[in-house]
Design a protein around this ligand. Structure first.
Ligand code: PLP
Length: 375
């Protein structure tokens, strides 16, 4: 009997999973660089700083001390404790408990587990548009329907309660918040966060808040975490990571904070997939949270300098409109006028920028492919 090729026999949910283009661009840019093409890549969101020395040293120490065995699925107790203390202080919540923390290999598994654990066929999930592509992809994988909350340039790309309210239906199961926001660098004002939380609470909707850029805040907009809501345990799942603040993207270390019963259930997803997060990496996480933070002052001031310079340079290009982003290390310039004047598509403009200046930015897949085949 002949059957369909293996690749056609996946559970059909698997076909809903999308690429994260930034990884493709990063790989292409490094391939071009290997071939001697001079490239400036704005492809993937990761700091170009080194992981702080004391964090690296602790990982090495733990490895050499033989801390290399299985550890508890929701994380080692000292890291859960350190996260609970850090998050209590940083968000102003004050009373987060270690049992309310689940350690994971990055923020992404936290997003994946939470979405697939709560969302099922027919459920609507509100996602920011533009937004981190993984939200939409995993919602579809879970059988849910992404509902796009458009973030508008004229509103500084804020996710506002009035827009959220318009999109809520009887099927809305979850609202995904991301402030500071990838890719616009926008931040919700504290009143936006408060309004969205009030709406969600009133309508019985879960809020999944991705706060991985919480330290990348330049001061124009005050930062407010969803954990500041006194009733957060009833309806909030919070996701964060060591990737951006401590320049640890490759280490894979993140965490979820939620009601302890939710953490217990989510931990079963770890038990049933990867067992536990890397043991010695967790020790390094403790060192990161308990160690000095002065290194980050330098990181932030360097990113502020780069932001201001990039805004100045971009603004000097006729047809480009851009505002300094209050958070993250992203900018989201508009090139609408250039497209209108030249008749070029975004892709065509991208090809020109890449070919003439070697600059890789989002949506440049075709451009890079073309260069790769020519080189
Ligand atoms: C908004 C957002 N959430 C989550 C992540 C992933 O974080 P991690 O490296 O901890 O999985 C990223 C990485 O780019 C991001 O931009």
């Amino acid at each position: 009997m002949t059957s369909a090729p293996l690749v056609h026999r996946f559970n059909k949910a698997v076909f809903e999973l999308e690429e994260e283009k930034a990884f493709e661009y990063a790989a292409m840019a490094s391939e071009l660089a290997k071939r001697g093409v001079k490239i400036i890549s704005f492809g993937i969101g990761q700091p170009d700083f080194q992981t702080p020395e004391h964090v690296v040293e602790e990982a090495v120490r733990a490895l050499k001390a033989g801390f290399t065995r299985y550890v508890p699925p929701p994380g080692i107790p000292e890291l859960r404790e350190a996260i609970a203390e850090h998050a209590s202080e940083f968000t102003g919540t004050g009373d987060i408990r270690p049992e309310e923390v689940m350690v994971l290999p990055g923020a992404k598994p936290g997003l994946f587990f939470t979405i697939t654990a709560f969302v099922g066929p027919g459920d609507e999930v509100m996602v920011p548009d533009p937004g981190f592509p993984i939200y939409e992809s995993v919602v579809r994988y879970a059988g849910g329907k992404p509902v796009f909350c458009e973030l508008k340039a004229e509103e500084d790309f804020r996710m506002k309660p009035e827009h959220v309210q318009e999109l809520i239906t009887g099927r809305t199961k979850m609202i995904i918040l991301n402030s500071p926001h990838n890719p616009t660098g926008a931040m919700c004002h504290p009143s936006d966060i408060k309004g969205i939380l009030e709406l969600a609470q009133e309508k019985g909707i879960i809020v999944l808040s991705d706060e991985v850029y919480d330290h990348y805040v330049y001061g124009e907009v005050p930062f407010k975490s969803v954990l500041s809501d006194p009733d957060w345990r009833d309806f909030v799942i919070y996701v964060n990571s060591f990737s951006k603040t401590w320049s640890m993207t490759g280490w894979r270390l993140g965490y979820v904070i939620a009601d302890r019963e939710v953490v217990k259930r989510l931990s079963l997803m770890a038990v049933n997939s990867y067992s536990c997060t890397c043991s010695f990496v967790q020790k390094a996480g403790v060192a990161a949270l308990r160690g000095p933070m002065d290194f980050f002052k330098e990181v932030l001031s360097e990113y502020r300098r780069r932001r201001d310079l990039a805004v100045k340079l971009l603004s000097s290009i006729p047809g480009v409109e851009v505002k300094p982003a209050p958070g993250t290390f992203y900018l989201f310039p508009s090139v609408k006028e250039i497209l209108a004047q030249t008749g070029l598509s975004t892709e065509e403009l991208a090809i020109r920028v890449l070919k003439s200046k070697g600059v890789v930015i989002e949506r440049f897949k075709e451009a890079v492919e073309e260069l790769l085949s020519a080189s």
